[in-house]
Design a protein. Structure first.
Length: 59
C-alpha cells in the first residue's frame, strides 16, 4: 500500500478531510478578496443579480 494512502487510512475521518476543507476555504477567501480588488467589480454585479432573481424575502 502506498505510504500516503496508508497514512490516511490510519487517521480519523475528521483529520483526513480537514486539510481539504481548509484548502477549499482558503480558495474561497482568496476568490472573494480578488473580487473585492477587481476593477470590474464582480461582487457588486453578483449582489445586483441576486436581488433581481430573489423570489422571496429569504435567501
Amino acid at each position: 500500500m502506498p505510504r500516503r494512502i496508508h497514512d490516511q487510512a490510519n487517521q480519523p475521518a475528521g483529520q483526513r478531510h480537514g486539510k481539504a476543507l481548509a484548502e477549499a476555504g482558503a480558495e474561497a477567501i482568496l476568490q472573494i478578496r480578488a473580487d473585492l480588488l477587481s476593477e470590474t467589480e464582480p461582487l457588486a454585479a453578483f449582489w445586483v443579480r441576486l436581488q433581481e432573481n430573489q423570489t422571496s424575502e429569504r435567501i
